[in-house]
Design a protein around this ligand. Structure first.
Ligand code: HEC
Length: 154
C-alpha cells in the first residue's frame, strides 16, 4: 500500500511540474521549440482555389473510403470486388487523370499520376487473389498517400 501511495505521489508531482512548466510565461527552450514545430506547417502549398479545395477534399474522402472497403473485402476473400474498387476509385481513370492535370505543380501532378497507376497495380494484384501480394500492393499505394501528405498541403 505504501508503495502505491509513493508511486501516486511521484506521478502526481511530475504532473504538477509538467503543467506548471507549460503554464510558465518563459517556457524552457525545448518547450518553445516543440510549440513552434506544432504550429509551423512546412509543407508546399498548392495554392488552390476554394472550389478546387472542396473538390480535392471530397476526392480524398473517397480515397480513404476505397482503402477501407478494399481491406474489408480482402478479409472476406472478395478479391474481384476489391479489385474493381481499386481500379474504379484509386486507378488512373479519365476523371482522375483530368483532376491531376488541373494542378500547376508539376511534381505534385507526377506524384498524383504515379499514385493512381499504383491503384491500377493494386487492382491487378487483387485479381490474383493472393493475400500477401495484395497487401504488398496496398502498402505501396498507401505509401503514396503518406508521401504526398507529408510534402503538400492545399
Ligand atoms: C498526390 C498527393 C496526394 C495523394 C497521393 C493522396 N493525397 Fe490525400 N490529400 C492531399 C492533399 C494536398 C490534401 C490536403 C491536405 C492539407 O491541405 O492539409 C489531402 C487530404 C486528404 C484527406 C483529408 C480530407 C478532408 O476532408 O479533410 C484525406 C482523408 C486523404 N487526403 C486521404 C488520402 C488517402 C487515403 C490517400 C491514398 C489512398 C491519399 N489521400 C492520397 C494529397 C494527396
Amino acid at each position: 500500500m505504501k508503495k502505491v501511495t509513493a508511486l501516486f505521489a511521484v506521478l502526481f508531482c511530475s504532473y504538477i511540474t509538467m503543467s506548471q512548466s507549460f503554464a510558465d510565461e518563459g517556457m524552457p527552450m525545448d518547450h518553445q521549440a516543440m510549440h513552434h514545430q506544432h504550429i509551423m506547417d512546412d509543407r508546399v502549398s498548392l495554392g488552390l482555389s476554394p472550389e478546387m479545395k472542396q473538390h480535392q477534399l471530397s476526392n480524398m474522402r473517397s480515397h480513404v473510403e476505397a482503402i477501407k472497403n478494399i481491406v474489408g473485402l480482402i478479409a472476406e476473400n472478395k478479391f474481384d470486388d476489391a479489385s474493381k474498387i481499386a481500379h474504379d476509385k484509386l486507378g488512373l481513370t479519365p476523371e482522375m487523370k483530368a483532376m491531376c492535370d488541373m494542378f500547376d505543380n508539376e511534381q505534385f501532378k507526377t506524384l498524383g499520376l504515379t499514385f493512381h497507376k499504383s491503384g491500377d497495380d493494386l487492382g491487378d494484384a487483387l485479381k490474383t487473389k493472393d493475400v500477401n501480394k495484395s497487401l504488398r500492393a496496398l502498402n505501396t499505394t498507401m505509401q503514396y498517400c503518406v508521401e504526398c501528405h507529408s510534402t503538400y498541403r492545399q
